[in-house]
Ligand binder design. Structure first.
Ligand code: FEO
Length: 394
């Protein structure tokens, strides 16, 4: 992408990755961007870099504004390689002795990624760095979402460089919130559900702290997706809402199936839940990416999981989803299990163990049906769904 003006002498020199579809297991159907920001002041400063394969593009973008060798300071807000991968090329180009500012954990983690003796400058929470006419303040955001993560705040321009926070995996012709409007929110939501959800309690604390500090924020520049310049409070308030994990009157009935029996159960259970006035839908795991499923899980109160029994265990895709879900630590859920089986029927018990491990309130021992559900069995599924629906409405 062409360097994009963010403010007076401030540019996004990052790149758009149009073709990526899998971001370490997260489906990115519309690509993503790796944003990097150049501040041209008395001290020319670059905040973050891009994935290593885009290093040439980053350097070209910088060169359209200034000679990259003129960069004085580099800031690394986050070590993950989508933002640090081009550091070796960049530092080689601009001079290995140029100061590289990062958090204390950033210094440690960068040195564990790159065997380079760079001129690391560890910064403390609240520490300021003068760029000449402007000042950057560093805010430690440990575990949001890595131990090294931090924000950088440009006081005079009221710009928050927020690293992964407030980002979205989206590459399009638009670059700002006012250009894309509400269409960006599903991307921001999916990003939150799949990356930031486990850190929701920390996000609440951080936003409280930002409020206490009285930071005025006119623009938020995340490292992925569009820049929030029209109404940054919209995404901040939405983060407050998502972080509170207040569930909706909604259930997801997530299942896999071998011969359509567990599918028939899922559809009948979802119908039963809906009869109680709760929004419910069956989701077939192999027809939906796990990251799409998690986006639905985020605000649902009821998480109902179905699996056939195969070789005395769970269907592998169900295990995959449960492992993924457990890592994202969703809260305030009720859960229940179901499944068709042939002769041993362990799946319901195994799902219940996973639901309990996630601290879901398991509201029923679960429903299992041998081989193909008949009319009576389907009626039992509807009753099971109604019980779940009633619990959600309580
Ligand atoms: Fe976009 Fe945690 O990296």
């Amino acid at each position: 992408m062409k360097p994009l003006k963010i403010g007076k002498n401030i540019y996004n020199v990052g790149v758009k990755d149009w073709n990526i579809r899998d971001f370490h297991g997260y489906s990115v159907y519309q690509g993503t961007t790796y944003n990097a920001f150049l501040i041209v002041d008395e001290k020319i400063t670059l905040i973050d870099t891009v994935k290593s394969e885009f290093a040439d593009q980053l350097l070209d973008n910088i060169a359209k504004i200034i000679d990259p060798k003129k960069i004085d300071y580099v800031i690394s807000n986050h070590t993950e390689m989508d933002h640090s991968g081009s550091l070796p090329r960049l530092m080689h180009k601009i001079g290995e002795d140029k100061p590289l500012y990062c958090s204390k954990m950033g210094c440690k983690n960068l040195s564990l990624h790159f065997s380079q003796k760079w001129n690391y400058k560890a910064v403390e929470n609240g520490e300021e760095l003068s760029l000449g006419k402007r000042t950057l303040t560093f805010l430690e955001t440990r575990m949001l979402h890595w131990p090294d993560s931090m924000f950088s705040y440009l006081k005079e321009d009221k710009i928050l460089f927020s690293s992964d926070a407030f980002g979205q995996h989206y590459a399009g012709p638009e670059n700002f919130d006012d250009e894309i409007g509400a269409a960006i929110m599903p991307h921001a939501r999916k990003y939150f559900a799949n990356i930031l959800l486990p850190m929701a309690p920390l996000i609440l604390k951080l936003l409280e702290k930002v409020n206490e500090l009285g930071l005025e924020i006119d623009t938020i520049c995340p490292d992925h997706g569009i820049v929030w310049r029209k109404d940054p409070s919209k995404i901040i308030n939405t983060y407050l809402d998502w972080s509170s994990q207040e569930p909706q009157k909604k259930a997801v009935v997530v299942y896999d199936t071998m011969w359509h029996s567990t599918q028939a159960m899922a559809e009948a259970i979802a119908a039963g839940i809906s009869e109680e006035g709760v929004s419910a839908k069956p989701i077939h795991i192999r027809s939906s990416h796990r990251s799409e499923i998690m986006t639905e899980v985020m605000d649902a109160r009821g998480i109902i999981i179905g699996s056939p029994t195969i070789n005395n265990g769970l269907f592998p895709t169900v295990s995959d989803l449960l492992t993924y879900m457990k890592g994202l630590k969703p809260k305030n859920k009720i859960g229940a299990a179901f499944g068709s089986y042939g002769w041993s029927g362990e799946s319901v018990k195994l799902i219940n163990l996973e639901l309990e491990a996630m601290k879901f309130e398991v509201i029923d021992p679960g429903l299992k049906i041998q081989f193909v559900p008949d009319k009576e069995s389907l009626a039992a599924c509807i009753e099971f769904g109604k019980k779940i629906g009633k619990s959600i409405m309580e």
